[in-house]
Write a new protein. Structure first.
Length: 350
């Protein structure tokens, strides 16, 4: 009667038709037992694990197996089969999916606070996608899934997102990245973050295949400042780019508004604008008038880089942009040849 009541399993196989199932326990009722010589099929992208009394025994890679003591060495030891097993036995069989789980999403549930050298304390949010796969099925079961009948991506996504957010926070602190750096070098930061994350995934039997930071969000006022800075190229202290852009915009507005141009000439500011916009002094009638206005205001000479007024006659550096002086005319700032005896623009003796 005991033998008749058993459900003897001759074939063990599983086809995973779902894209979110990482581990699946092969269905066995209380009477199901595995017999000597049963067939085990493990398809590509799968690993089969035999578990006895909550203890992981043998692990099978893809292939077809006829179950004997030869390919069940750990289970043979647990069951004390000295000369091979002849009678059916009970054992749990788990199939672990080793293909890539794509399109997993991550995001920061709360803002990350970072210290920025230009904006002070800044709170940012980020989001993106990643993909992973199981590389060590035994380690993954021991550390994450245990003996659950079914383990899906939804059972681990919160844990993985926690790893991602905490790692990114640490990377931000260690790398000394500024807000402008993040906005302009997102690809480089993405690579650094992925390299730091890989070891955390390996520790639980996973491999991080793809990690992408799709966007980082800043507070509105900082986002505007960053976009303006990036568009003007104010990186590495290149503030003269901002000055040149502002002067060019003012010059364009003055050209479209004759009344504004007259006012600006009277104020003596068109000299610098004209020189910056057109590449040097003497490029047009307006430049000559502006130079005279600025000279009458007390300027000794003008910077060949930004066109700014230089009141101190023996100054070695421009007080506006820091340009080293001495390569141009000391009176009008025009560029001159090293062996020139007179300025080609204003005629000043050199």
């Amino acid at each position: 009667m005991g033998i008749i009541s058993r459900q003897l399993l001759k074939v063990i196989e599983y086809v995973n038709d779902r894209h979110d199932t990482i581990i699946y326990k092969f269905p066995m009722n209380d009477r199901a037992e595995i017999m000597n010589g049963s067939s085990l099929t493990v398809r590509e992208g799968q690993v089969a694990i035999f578990m006895k009394d909550g203890r992981i025994a043998d692990v099978f890679a893809p292939g077809r197996y006829k179950l004997t003591t030869a390919n069940l060495p750990v289970l043979t030891s647990i069951m004390s089969w000295a000369k091979g097993f002849n009678s059916p036995f009970k054992c749990d069989v788990y199939y672990v999916e080793t293909t890539q789980f794509k399109g997993q999403k991550w995001g920061t549930p709360n803002p990350i606070t970072m210290r920025d050298k230009e904006f002070g304390m800044v709170q940012i949010r980020g989001f993106g996608k990643f993909s992973f796969r199981v590389t060590d099925a035994k380690l993954f079961m021991q550390t994450m899934s245990g003996s659950k009948r079914e383990f899906k991506t939804t059972d681990i996504d919160e844990h993985l997102r926690g790893i991602i957010v905490s790692t990114i926070t640490d990377v931000l602190a260690d790398s000394k990245y500024s807000a402008i750096d993040l906005a302009s070098k997102l690809t480089q930061f993405n690579e650094i973050a992925k390299a730091s994350l890989e070891k955390h995934f390996t520790n639980i039997g996973l491999a991080l295949m793809i990690f992408v930071i799709e966007n980082i969000n800043f507070p509105e006022e900082i986002d505007k400042a960053i976009k303006q800075s990036v568009s003007l190229g104010i990186l590495g202290g290149q503030m003269h780019n901002y000055t040149a852009k502002a002067k060019a915009d003012a010059l364009q507005s003055a050209a479209q508004n004759p009344g504004m141009a007259g006012t600006m000439f009277g104020m003596g500011v068109m000299g610098g604008l004209g020189q910056q916009a057109f590449g040097g002094p003497g490029m047009g009638m307006g430049m000559g008038v502006a130079a005279q206005n600025q000279q009458s205001a007390g300027a000794k000479r003008f910077c060949p880089e930004c066109g700014g007024s230089i009141l101190k006659e023996n100054a070695k550096f421009c007080p506006d942009c820091g340009k080293k002086l001495g390569d141009g005319c000391p009176k009008c700032g025009a560029t001159v040849k090293p062996d020139a005896k007179f300025c080609p623009e204003c005629g000043t003796k050199l």
